[in-house]
Design a protein around this ligand. Structure first.
Ligand code: PGA
Length: 253
C-alpha cells in the first residue's frame, strides 16, 4: 500500500446470489462498513441482482460493479449487456477480462481491449484483470504473459483515461484454490505491471495506478498483502460472499 493510492476492495460474486440473496447480503454488509473512510468498497453481483443491490446500497459508501459488458452500444447481440444498461442500474465499475471469461468464454486481449474502450467511452470505470496460469508461470512465461495482457488490454487507451482504470492481478492458479500468491510473489508482479505502465505512459501514471491482487484473498491474509508497497487493493471472490468476511477484509489493518 502506498498512501498516495486509495485502497480499493471489490467483491466479485461471480455466478452466485439470486436477487433476494444479494439484497440480503448487501443489506447486512452496509452497516458493517458504514464507518470506513478513505477506501473504495465495491460489490460485483451478477447482472440479475444489480438492481436489487443498487437499491440496497443507495446513498452509502459502497459502489456497484458489473462483471462484464459488451463492446457495442446496442443491437443484435443476444444475451449481451451494454454499458448503457449497466449505467442505468447504477453501476460505477465493470470487471473486464476476468480469467474465467478468458478461459471459458473465449475472451482475448482484443475483445478485452474493446470492452475497456467501451467502458471508458460510456463512463464506467474498468477493472482490467490479468494473470498467468500455473503452466505459463512454470514455463518461465510470467513476464511475457502479463506484459502481453497489459499492453493488449490497454491498446489505444489515451493517457487522459488512465486514472480511471484499475488493474487486477489474479494468478489463475490462486483463484478459488486456497493457494494465495505470497505477498512477495504478488508484489513482484504488481511492480512488473507498474514498470510496464511507466514504459507505456509515464512515471506519474504508473505511480497513480491502482493494482488489486486477487486469488484466495481472505480476512486472514489481506493485511500482509496490503502491506506490500505495490498492492493497492483486493478483488475477492469466495470471501466476498459472506457479509462478515467481506467486512473484515474491507476493515483490514
Ligand atoms: P477467489 O476469486 O477470491 O475466490 O479466489 C477471486 C476472483 O476470481 O476474482
Amino acid at each position: 500500500m502506498n498512501p498516495k493510492r486509495r485502497p480499493i476492495l471489490a467483491g466479485n460474486w461471480k455466478m452466485n446470489m439470486t436477487a433476494a440473496q444479494a439484497r440480503d447480503l448487501a443489506g447486512k454488509l452496509v452497516p458493517l462498513v458504514s464507518g470506513v473512510t478513505g477506501r473504495d468498497i465495491v460489490l460485483g453481483p451478477p447482472f440479475t441482482a444489480l438492481a436489487a443491490v443498487a437499491e440496497t446500497i443507495k446513498g452509502t459508501n459502497v459502489s456497484l460493479s458489473a462483471q462484464d459488458l459488451h463492446w457495442e452500444d446496442k443491437g443484435a447481440f443476444t444475451g449481451e449487456i451494454s454499458a448503457e444498461m449497466l449505467l442505468d442500474l447504477g453501476c460505477r465499475y465493470v470487471i473486464i477480462g476476468h480469467s474465467e471469461r478468458r478461459q471459458y468464454f473465449g475472451e482475448t486481449d482484443e475483445t478485452v481491449n474493446k470492452k475497456v474502450r467501451q467502458a471508458l467511452k460510456k463512463g464506467l470505470l474498468p477493472i482490467l484483470c490479468v494473470g498467468e496460469t500455473l503452466a505459463e508461470r512454470e514455463a518461465g512465461k510470467l513476464n511475457e504473459i502479463i506484459s502481453r495482457q497489459v499492453t493488449g488490454g490497454l491498446k489505444d487507451i489515451p493517457t487522459s483515461d488512465m486514472q480511471k482504470i484499475v488493474i487486477a492481478y489474479e494468478p489463475v492458479w490462486a483463484i478459488g484454490t486456497g493457494k494465495t500468491a505470497t505477498p512477495e510473489q504478488a508484489n513482484e508482479v504488481h511492480a512488473l505491471i507498474r514498470r510496464k505502465i511507466k514504459a507505456l505512459y509515464s512515471a506519474d501514471i504508473a505511480e497513480g495506478l491502482r493494482i488489486q491482487y486477487g486469488g484466495s484473498v481472505t480476512p486472514e491474509n489481506v493485511s500482509t498483502l496490503m502491506a506490500m508497497p505495490d498492492i493497492d487493493g483486493a478483488l475477492v471472490g469466495g470471501a466476498s460472499l459472506k457479509p462478515e468476511s467481506f467486512a473484515a477484509l474491507v476493515n483490514f489493518k
